[in-house]
Write a new protein. Structure first.
Length: 310
């Protein structure tokens, strides 16, 4: 990649890697390199680096890349990936506090062991930071229903506290300032018996494995379900249409473009069936959107985030 950044960046205590390939950091295993990948040692390191970084240089946080297509040309600026030091999970009364790098499934399990019901997170791939930014949800529950506060670091390196209104929650998305780096979130959860919560999560996993291609290389649901939604992002099921059904009715189950395919088991799962490029995946998604619109008059909206240069 031809560098657009100044030759000298702030020197962190963590790891700053130029031209770092990103494909291995995403579930779809596609995409070009980051101009720089920054893995901060701790919160102080993150704050100091951002405070010293030229504000014109773009930054982009990634988690485990479970809902992401990085384009083949890679990412300009600094990609920030939080790791150890940002994945703590703790319980305070009926509150669950989780670092942005904590896996959703781990948070659900830890909460369940404490008798707190955040079971909707159990089958959501990814990290808490991504779940908050995307208002992740499952089985009728969403982050917006449980989030109390969150903490983030600004481009100036300051830690700020965010209220739910700051997120501007909508269905599978938020209006959160893209320059904010989420570091922690606090959730309120109803109480229940730990053994009942464990059984509930096992049932959810079984249902997911029966209906979704969990062993294939996907990034979760490709498109949002067209529906009516409340201001909190909760679905109004009486108006909901399933994206997979619209894709099915357009005759696109199993449709392929190079190494990209709309999964045979669940056609709303865009899949890298082997050797796909980011362009093939994105082009197939756009083809599906076009054909669904021609067939139904409905416009599918991407749920997978697509970033970077072509």
């Amino acid at each position: 990649m031809t560098h657009s950044l100044p030759t000298r960046l702030p020197i962190p205590r963590g790891t700053l890697t130029p031209d770092r390939p990103l494909a291995d950091l995403t579930w779809l295993r596609v995409g070009g390199p980051a101009e720089y990948l920054f893995q901060p040692a701790d919160l102080d390191d993150l704050q100091s680096f951002l405070a010293a970084l030229d504000p014109v240089i773009p930054v982009f946080p990634i988690g485990v890349g479970s809902n992401l297509i990085i384009r083949d040309g890679g990412m300009r600026g600094v990609v920030i990936r939080l790791g150890r030091g940002f994945n703590d999970i703790r319980i305070e009364g009926d509150q669950v506090i989780a670092g942005a790098a904590a896996l959703d499934a781990h948070v659900a399990r830890r909460a369940g062991e404490a008798g707190l019901d955040l079971t909707f997170l159990r089958t959501i791939p990814g990290t808490i930071g991504g779940a908050c930014r995307m208002n992740a949800g499952c089985y009728g529950a969403y982050v917006a229903d449980h989030l109390t506060t969150a903490c983030a670091v600004t481009r100036a390196g300051r830690v700020v506290t965010l209220a739910p209104d700051d997120f501007q929650f909508a269905y599978r998305q938020t209006g959160l300032d893209p320059d904010l780096i989420l570091i922690e979130a606090r959730f309120t959860a109803p109480r229940a018996k730990p053994d009942e919560l464990a059984a509930k999560m096992e049932d959810q996993l079984a249902r997911r494995n029966a209906s979704q291609p969990t062993k294939d290389r996907t990034a979760g649901s490709t498109f949002r379900n067209p529906a009516g939604f409340s201001s909190t992002g909760r679905a109004d099921d009486s108006h909901e249409m399933k994206a997979w059904k619209l894709i099915e009715e357009a005759g696109l189950r199993g449709h392929r473009l190079g190494g990209a395919v709309m999964n045979e088991k669940h056609p709303n799962f865009l899949t890298n069936a082997g050797g796909a490029t980011a362009k093939e995946l994105e082009d197939l998604g756009e083809y599906v959107r076009k054909k669904v619109f021609q067939n139904s008059g409905l416009q599918l909206e991407w749920e997978i985030m697509r970033v970077g240069d072509p």
